[in-house]
Ligand binder design. Structure first.
Ligand SMILES: [Zn+2]
Length: 277
């Protein structure tokens, strides 16, 4: 059975995981972190195994998962595998992400990014040397396009950001209803003893899905019930409510970035209509 190594990049208070799956002869990397240093750390972990890197697979379309891949593959022709929807969103949004992330992360956000080179569809069972992974394509959810990868017949799940392990969450892509639907399907379909190797935080059991559902519901309710006649107070109230649900600073800025988009999506606030102005 392959062993799993978790590599965390935590540049600028932004912890994100990538994984090295080590088989007898081969190694597969899941996600690449956001940063140059994160990608290099993954690359080094691969080198330390002394085994062949057979593929990099991607869970979803967010830059904190694909940005560092360019450093992981380091100019080699190792295939980078993703679902078509993940590939599409990355290519579509990469220049937008450049504009957001460069000022935040400077040179830690790679100057060039590597994109998927091979596509895989829902249910595909892929063999990379002596490592086999199965793809589940979930569609929109936490990001504009999410997938998960199953190893060991589903006992091990690389679940991307389907559930954060007790860190604040990003809901700004606006698909929270679909995300709740995906959580419900995963809770029903995954093996009850499956271990989720998550994008942010420690591995966990399926009970983490219930925590994630609670976070999303609490956030949406806080945004909906805030008094948007005073925008600043509304935002402060949402932030306070989420601080009560999760008294942690981890990735709080992702949650704060999500308040306006979700408020707009719910129709409780609009950037063009400012009461009293
Ligand atoms: Zn993430």
């Amino acid at each position: 059975m392959p062993s799993i190594h978790r590599i965390t990049s935590a540049v600028a208070g932004t912890p994100v995981n990538a994984y090295v799956v080590e088989g007898e002869r081969d190694v597969v990397v899941v996600d690449g972190t956001l940063t140059v240093s994160g990608g290099r750390a993954v690359r080094q972990r691969v080198i330390d195994t002394g085994k062949r890197l057979s593929a990099v697979v991607l869970t979803h379309s967010h830059p904190d998962h694909y940005g560092g891949i360019v450093e992981v593959v380091a100019g080699s022709d190792v295939p980078i595998v993703a679902a078509p929807g993940v590939d599409e969103v990355i290519r579509r949004d990469d220049s937008l992400k450049e504009g957001i992330l460069r000022p935040m992360f400077g040179d830690e956000w790679p100057r060039e990014r590597a994109f998927p080179t091979e596509l895989a569809h829902d249910g595909a069972e892929l063999t990379f040397g002596d490592i086999q992974l199965e793809l589940r394509d979930l569609g929109p959810g936490e990001s504009h396009h999410d997938t998960i990868w199953l190893l060991d017949g589903g006992a091990t799940v690389f679940s991307g950001d389907q559930a954060y392990n007790h860190m604040h969450c990003y809901l700004a892509d606006g698909h929270w209803k679909e995300w709740l639907g995906n959580i419900e399907s995963l809770a029903a379909d995954l093996r009850p003893d499956a271990v989720l190797h998550v994008g942010h935080g420690e591995p966990a059991g399926l009970d983490l899905l219930a925590w994630q559902r609670g976070y999303i519901e609490r956030f949406v309710e806080a945004v909906r019930s805030a008094d948007w006649s005073n925008e600043d107070r509304a935002k402060a109230d949402v932030t306070a409510a989420m601080g009560t649900y999760l008294p942690s600073e981890d990735l709080r800025f992702l949650m704060e970035l999500s308040i306006e988009p979700v408020a707009t999506g719910l129709g409780v606030w609009s950037s063009d209509v400012r009461p009293g102005v």
